[in-house]
Design a protein around this ligand. Structure first.
Ligand SMILES: *Cc1c(COP(=O)(O)O)cnc(C)c1O
Length: 412
């Protein structure tokens, strides 16, 4: 039995150096939000910025704002800020498109940079879009095949015929984290390129792309970066590859001089060649606010709090919900876990619906995973206590059996 109490956790909140950040977010009173790993909360400054961009920059400035408000350099400006969160340099990251589209661009470019090699390596159970995009690319490039192997067998699958390895650093379901440096070294040792998907890492855990020697990366703006629903994603190309890097969606925003209006495509120097079409100005401006907030916080403190939250959550679940058939789907070792804890339960969907009805929001991932994401800028330690108490009540009173909690929704 645990010695943790709600008072104990309230004391941790009082001593938490990150606690003041919570006021920067617009969170309804009484809501426990443990789904910032799927859609980050709304920063108040993002709401104000959205109004300003709509009313002033668009409404009044109109077309002039491309210059007067420097819309044209938004992708690099926000990219440079994200770079600081992922161990990249200025000029190595741009914001554009969705993570899925960025994956396509980078993976296709990588294949061109490793002619004669026939294999893309990933793992089964990777985030669906990663596998789907690679399958699409496979159809496009006869002779190239996607091969997957479970983590333990990945190192042997990566060989001299491998052009590219595509892995998600923190697994979306289990929260298990790869050893980025070790896998990247393995890929590079056989001359393969390494692409990391940082969707569940950027803003959640320390990432050092250049320290690990990574070649490419993509990631998501609407999760831990709090960029808003459908916020654009980002892509990273290591400086040493930028000259050779040519991606197939060579739209005019990736041109050396878009307003020269030439017939022939000529890639921009540097990371801008990763762009395709016109920047989503509203979305990128709002994302910038979330990124700035994240950059202003101390990643060491974020990581320390998130690890501690994971440990506390697991301890609470095991001592208060030990009899209800939950399994732990995340690594117990905080070192190998991202900023979430996932539980398994065969009634997972209905149980999560019952929690959501109690204003405690996590999510469900088929077939049996309940995910609880910790976002140290706004999650409180007492939220963990309240969640586990509610979970215990849902189970004890069998609330999840109610028919309204068993109806499948379009989005889980
Ligand atoms: C959330 C997520 C994505 C999202 O891709 P979109 O193109 O934004 O839909 C991609 N990869 C991983 C690993 C994710 O977790």
């Amino acid at each position: 039995m645990t010695t943790l109490t709600r008072d104990h956790l309230a004391r941790l909140d009082r001593d938490d150096p990150l606690a003041p950040y919570r006021q920067q977010f617009e969170l309804e009173e009484g809501l426990v939000y443990l789904n910032g790993n799927s859609l980050g909360a709304l920063p108040g400054a993002a709401r104000r910025r959205a109004a300003e961009v709509v009313e002033q920059e668009w409404g009044r400035g109109l077309i002039r704002s491309w210059n007067t408000h420097d819309w044209i350099s938004l992708p690099e400006r926000v990219g440079d800020k994200i770079a600081r969160l992922i161990g990249a340099e200025r000029g190595e990251v741009v914001v554009a498109d969705s993570t899925s589209v960025n994956l396509f661009k980078l993976a296709a470019a990588a294949l061109e940079m490793r002619p004669g090699r026939g294999k893309i390596v990933s793992e089964p159970g990777n985030f669906p879009t990663d596998l789907y995009i690679l399958q699409g690319l496979e159809r496009f490039r006869p002779g190239v095949r996607l091969e997957t192997a479970p983590r333990e067998a990945l190192e042997t699958l990566i060989d001299e015929d491998t052009a590219l390895v595509v892995l998600t650093h923190v697994h979306y379901k289990s929260g298990e984290m790869f050893d980025m440096a070790a896998l990247t070294a393995r890929a590079r040792a056989v001359g393969a390129l390494m692409l990391w998907d940082l969707s569940h890492s950027a803003g959640a855990v320390p990432v050092d792309l250049n320290g690990a020697g990574a070649d490419f990366a993509v990631g998501c703006g609407y999760k831990y970066l709090n960029g808003g629903p459908g916020a654009p994603g980002f892509l990273f190309v290591a400086r040493r590859h930028q000259e050779a890097f040519r991606q197939p969606l060579s739209g005019w925003f990736g041109h050396a001089n878009p307003f020269a209006m030439q017939d022939r495509f000529e890639p921009a120097a540097g990371i801008r060649r990763g762009l395709c079409g016109t920047t989503g100005v509203l979305a990128t401006s709002v994302l910038e606010v979330g990124v700035e907030l994240m950059v202003s916080a101390d990643m060491g403190q974020i990581r320390a709090k998130s690890r501690r939250m994971g440990e506390i959550f697991i301890e609470l679940v095991e001592s208060h919900c030990g009899d209800f058939g939950f399994g732990l789907a995340s690594p117990r070792d905080a070192e190998r876990r991202g900023s979430q804890v996932s539980l398994t339960h065969e009634q997972g969907f209905a149980i999560m619906q019952a929690l959501i009805a109690r204003n405690i929001i996590g999510d469900f991932r088929a077939p049996d995973i309940l995910r609880f994401g910790f976002t140290p800028l706004y999650t409180r330690y007492v939220d963990l206590w309240d969640t586990v108490q509610a979970l215990a009540e849902v189970m004890r009173r069998e609330e999840w059996k109610r028919p309204e909690f068993r109806k499948l929704t379009a989005v889980t």
